[in-house]
Write a protein that binds this ligand. Structure first.
Ligand code: SF4
Length: 329
């Protein structure tokens, strides 16, 4: 399932979080209105698989908007209700209550994603989130109790963050048993408070390598708990590329993490074996992940003394690497 994303940039947000500039992330400056929703959905109907798609309101704090604004956008979806697989929204943990959830149900909202970002109250305060970890727990439990699909979003490398806090956040989010999670490494964008801290030397952003390492290690925690990771890293966009001053950004961030996991799996399989040429098998769908971006994994293994040829084996699942044989040099 994919989304027809409609961005209500910063709508409803009571303040600016330190890292956020939705006008850049969404590439949009003007306030979204009912006509925008209608136009987006009419275009989306041209996709022959539109019935599998959800209408998604992202980019702001949907349930913190004025009720009449929320209603205007939701009413605009009503004529299209039979054509799409419901609605999903993203919002703040402190903007969820039983009245709002009852209101959303009338409009076929099925999934609610909460921007948790961190479960460390110090990190939340430093980044001007305006809510606590307890708000995340309360909202998540309410959303599930009312029968919505729960999604959670977390970030890595925030101001005041640490790998320990990030992994503690992941464990606490997993305990809330969401259906989905999005993981975003912090990107420093022009015009944000975080950029000011970075320019003043008060915030050292994660490098891309650090973020890949951390996020690659987070992935199995969610996967083992049966939680779908539906996004890793900001969407590829010219606006983000143009306004990024620092931080971990790559248009194919998830692929970098997958390749990192394959590199580690291959290194573990080869560990202790004599240097030389080997044939490694991986699942048929995963040949490019094993090779890495621009065959980086193969080059790194070669630098460790292993010349590797990869072949497919349909019996292998994700991140399984099997040594088939050692080739004669
Ligand atoms: S992170 Fe979310 S709540 Fe914070 S300013 Fe951005 S859209 Fe608003």
């Amino acid at each position: 399932m994919s989304n027809v994303a409609i961005f209500a940039a910063h709508e409803g947000c009571p303040q600016h979080c330190s890292f956020c500039n939705q006008h850049v992330i969404a590439g949009q400056q003007k306030k979204v209105c009912a006509e925008d929703v209608t136009a987006a959905l009419q275009i989306a109907l041209q996709n022959p698989r539109h019935r599998e798609n959800q209408i998604a309101f992202f980019g702001g704090s949907f349930t913190a908007m004025e009720k009449r604004d929320m209603q205007e956008l939701l009413e605009a979806t009503v004529p299209f209700r039979a054509q799409f697989a419901g609605i999903r929204i993203s919002t703040r943990p402190d903007a969820v209550n039983t009245d709002i959830l009852a209101f959303l149900k009338q409009y076929d909202v099925r999934a609610i994603e909460l921007g948790a970002q961190s479960m460390d109250d110090t990190v939340l305060a430093l980044n001007r989130r305006g809510h606590t970890a307890a708000d995340v727990v309360r909202a998540a439990e309410l959303i599930k109790a009312e029968g919505f699909e729960l999604g959670l979003q977390m970030m890595t490398g925030l101001y005041g963050d640490s790998p320990q806090k990030t992994f503690a956040t992941a464990r606490q989010l997993i305990a809330l048993q969401p259906a989905t999670v999005r993981i975003y490494p912090t990107v420093v964008l022009e015009g944000t408070e975080l950029d000011g801290l970075y320019q003043a030397g008060l915030f050292i952003p994660q490098s891309l390598e650090q973020a890949v390492e951390e996020c690659a290690a987070l992935m199995p925690l969610f996967e083992q708990a049966g939680i779908r990771i539906i996004r890793m890293g900001l969407h590829d966009s010219e606006e983000v590329k143009g306004k990024r001053t620092a931080g971990a950004y790559h248009p194919a961030f998830r692929e970098l993490c997958q390749a990192k996991r394959y590199f580690e799996a291959a290194s573990a399989a080869l560990e202790g074996l004599p240097h030389g040429s080997y044939v490694l098998a991986v699942g048929s769908k995963y040949l490019s992940q094993m090779a890495g971006q621009k065959k980086e994994n193969l080059r790194k293994l070669q630098a460790q003394g292993y010349q590797v040829k990869i072949i497919p084996d349909a019996a292998l699942s994700a991140y399984q690497v099997k040594i088939v044989n050692r080739e004669q040099d």
